[in-house]
Design a protein around this ligand. Structure first.
Ligand SMILES: [Zn+2]
Length: 297
């Protein structure tokens, strides 16, 4: 096993809450769907317990409101609790006031359920883009220490392609925020995503193994891996979404769990907060006003 400790992160949401199904499973109908998030998250907890791995769980406020005991079980097993927002709304579709309400509500629900401070946030579908960078200032004002919502790639729904691939500090008037971007390898002029989700499930495992090894060995830094509880649930009810969404969501669901077990054998993982600690410690040494993002806001 390699010496670099990578971040294991889970976005805790149910199968009908993913952005691609917005038109088929509107929020006012969510309570009518069969909920499978507790059983799937418990299965992940059992896998992590058996492999002695701890990670960061970005839990949706809507889930924490209905299943606070699930949040407590995650925290009791030594994992970090972080926020995935309340209602899984894309940040760039929200007004600033609506975004503030959404993150405030989720933070309060999670902190009440787990009894620990919530310092990390990941936006639904990585929806902090050049259009919604204002969200980072609101996260600072609402007491978050880090954000994990920016993917430095081209994608049809998200991404800031020219932004840094390694974690960095954002110095703002409101304070400081650590940005922990989605992981990508640099190949020629392109950043290619490597840290989980659809890329882990749709592409062969050897792609993930190669990409993580490359970042761990050549760049000597961790990868931020991400996964959803519904990705290890091949028996989940099928929703009548469009062809591309169905392909992205349902393909290889039966392969995620064995691949995850292989991944946990091949690489070391820990909570994201722990991996970002050195960056937090270096705050005082960073000159104020250093702005690594290729956009101003
Ligand atoms: Zn999500």
């Amino acid at each position: 096993m390699k010496p670099v400790v990578n971040a294991m992160t889970i976005d805790v949401e149910d199968y009908f809450q993913v952005s691609a199904f917005d038109g088929y499973a509107p929020r006012h109908r969510w309570d009518g769907f069969e909920s499978r998030v507790c059983a799937n998250t418990d299965r992940l907890l059992a896998i992590f317990d058996a492999m002695k791995v701890s990670g960061t769980f970005f839990v949706l406020g809507w889930v924490a409101e209905r299943y606070p005991e699930l949040v407590r079980r995650i925290a009791a097993q030594g994992h970090e609790i972080a926020s995935h927002g309340y209602a899984h709304r894309l940040v760039y579709d929200l007004t600033r006031a609506a975004f503030r309400d959404d993150v405030k509500r989720s933070k309060a629900l999670l902190e009440e359920a787990a009894g620990v401070p919530v310092l990390g946030y990941r936006a639904p579908s990585f929806s902090v883009t050049p259009r919604s960078l204002w969200a980072l200032d609101i996260l600072i004002e609402e007491g978050f220490a880090y954000d994990a919502s920016i993917f430095p790639i081209h994608h049809d729904r998200y991404g800031i392609p020219l932004s840094p691939r390694a974690p960095y500090l954002l110095e703002r008037e409101q304070g400081v925020l650590i940005e922990a971007p989605g992981s990508a390898v640099r190949i020629g002029p392109m950043n290619i995503p490597v840290g989980g989700g659809g890329y882990f499930r749709l592409l062969p495992y050897r792609w993930t193994h190669w990409g993580i090894s490359r970042i761990n060995d050549r760049e000597e830094r961790p990868v931020i891996f991400y996964l959803h509880p519904w990705e290890i649930d091949p028996a989940q009810p099928r929703l009548p979404a469009g062809r591309l969404s169905r392909l992205r969501h349902y393909r290889n669901l039966d392969q995620t769990e064995p691949r995850l077990r292989q991944l946990l054998q091949d690489f070391r993982f820990g909570p994201l907060r722990q991996i970002l600690k050195p960056l937090g410690a270096s705050r005082a040494a960073t000159p104020v006003g250093s702005e690594p993002l290729p956009y101003c806001w």
